[in-house]
Every structure is written in C-alpha cells, then in structure tokens.
Write a protein that binds this ligand. Structure first.
Ligand SMILES: [Zn+2]
Length: 303
C-alpha cells in the first residue's frame, strides 16, 4: 500500500485546486492539511475510496492555519474527538480561538468567505499538539521531521517523511499543478517575509527530498529544479511589486498592473484553460496585497 495518497478536495467545484495528503503509516492514519470545511463532503468521499472514515483518522498535520489548509480541523475534531491536531506554536492560539483569524480573513474575502471556505470551528486546546520545528514525530510505523518554514506565514512548518523522501511543503514552494513546470507564488497578507522565505527554501533543499507535496496541487518530482525556479519567480515578483510601488500610482491601478503582468507571463507558458485554473488557484489580488504590505513595511522600518 502506498503510504502517501493525494486526495483532491475539488475546492469550489474545481479539481486540482486543494490537495490533502492522506498518510497511512501502518495502522496510523493522518492527513496533512485537511482543507477547508466547505470540502468535507469531498474529503469524506475520497476517504471512502480508500476504505476510511473520518472517525478512523488519528491526526491532522497542519502546515499552517490558513482557511484553505486548516479550516476543516475543528469540524473534524467535533466528529472525531480523539484527533490530534499538530500545529506551530504561533498558529495554535488561533486554532483554539479563531476570532482574530476569521476577522482578518473576512476583510480579505468579504461575502465570499462562507461560500468558499465554510465554517471554521475552534479546536479544543486538549486536541492541539504544539510544534516549534526541529521535532521528529513518531507516527505509526514512520517518523516525520518537522521543519519551521516561515515566509508565506509566520507559523508555517514543513513535514518530512525521510523514508519516502517526501517533503510536505504546504505553500512554501508555491502553486504548481502536478505535471506542469509553471509555478505561481502565493503571497497573501499579512506575514509575507522574503528573507525568512529564502531561508525556509534552503531548509527544505537541505532535506534533499525526492518529491515535494504541494497543497496546490500535489507532487512535484524535481525538488531541486522546482525550488531554484520558485526562488527566481518569487524574486521577480518582489522586484515587480517594488517597481510598481515606486511609480506611485493609485492602489487599484497598481494591483491591476501587477495582475496583468503575471497573467501575461502565465499566458506565455500555458494554454488558456490552464491559465484560468492557475489564476483561480492563485488569487493574485491577495498576492499583490501581501507583497505590497511586505515592501511598505520594509520601507517604513528604521535603518
Ligand atoms: Zn494555500
């Protein structure tokens, strides 16, 4: 039996948007990032394909707490109260009390939040297993290394299954639909930090993984090439945002310039259907906000 199985959660009716990773390590069963609660019906179906029920899951390994990765956690714990939920210490308080997280998400998503992500229930403190990075977790017949990988989010971690050589990188290595070489960064507010991000990519590369598992979407089989090309894209995005900001144009014009430039790049490498799919997954408006915030904060910092 393959120990790592991608589950397509068909988010918002779109295949290949959000993947949860099903881990079957001997008798122990877990998900890396269960997705939002809006996709629980698909999660249930996908688990059933593998003869599993939510009540049979032992753990959720969260790479970070954003709605598209962790939103279902509280609902799954309600259904299966013995679930252990692994999360970085900086994210844990928001899993136990998601009010602030949901307020800031509401500012970004407005009326679409409920429809896209569904409810985000609190996870009882007693279900949370708090990580700092650097741990080696024994789970069933395997071990998972935890690596702190901030940059996309200040509380982001990567899990590494050394035996299989798979690094579960969440959103640290961008969006790349399995089988496509094109990589789209995801840089939403509020935590984007490119210096930390670069160190996180170093830390992932140092694991020498055979495969990366991306939440958006699934396996990337050439980690070194992927990481190198991702670094370059992230840097180019950052330069583009800095340039647009330096032109001092009005905010809506600035974000439009960014979105148009990225969409043009995507069109140069992909067919229209794939461009639409990447841009749907990519939420470029949010990526603009996240990078603009990063640059403005840097410009305002003393020294
Ligand atoms: Zn994501």
């Amino acid at each position: 039996m393959t120990p790592t199985i991608p589950l397509d959660l068909r988010w918002a009716g779109h295949p290949r948007s959000i993947a949860s990773a099903l881990l079957r390590y001997g008798d122990a069963v877990a998900l890396v990032d269960p997705g939002p609660s809006s996709t629980i019906p698909h999660l249930r179906e996908q688990l059933a394909v593998h003869g599993l029920r939510i009540s049979e899951l032992d753990a959720l390994f969260l790479t970070h707490i954003h709605l598209d990765h962790a939103g279902a956690s509280g609902s799954l714990v309600r259904e299966n109260p013995r679930l252990r939920v692994y999360v970085h210490s900086r994210g844990a308080p928001h899993m136990a009390d998601p009010c602030k997280l949901l307020d800031s998400a509401r500012r970004l998503y407005g009326d679409t939040m409920q429809r896209l992500y569904g409810e985000f229930l609190a996870v009882p403190q007693s279900n949370l297993c708090i990580l700092e990075g650097g741990e080696t977790l024994t789970f069933g017949s395997r071990q998972l290394q935890v690596v702190y990988t901030p940059g996309h989010a200040s509380h982001h971690v990567t899990y590494f299954d050394g035996l299989e050589g798979i690094a579960f990188v969440g959103d640290t290595a961008g969006i790349a639909i399995e089988g496509h070489p094109f990589i789209l960064p995801a840089t939403p507010p509020p935590d984007i930090n490119l210096e930390l991000w670069s160190s996180s990519l170093d830390a992932i590369a140092a694991l020498d993984p055979k495969r990366l598992f991306l939440t958006h979407f699934s396996f990337s089989d050439h980690p070194a090439r992927h990481i190198a090309s991702y670094r370059e894209r992230l840097l180019r995005w950052s330069e583009l945002v800095a340039k647009i900001l330096s032109e001092g144009v009005e905010e809506s014009q600035a974000s439009e310039a960014f979105i148009n430039a990225i969409a043009a790049e995507a069109r140069a490498s992909l067919c229209q259907e794939e461009v639409d799919h990447y841009l749907f997954n990519g939420a470029l408006q949010l990526s603009w906000l996240g990078l603009a915030r990063y640059h403005r904060k840097r410009a305002a910092a003393p020294g």
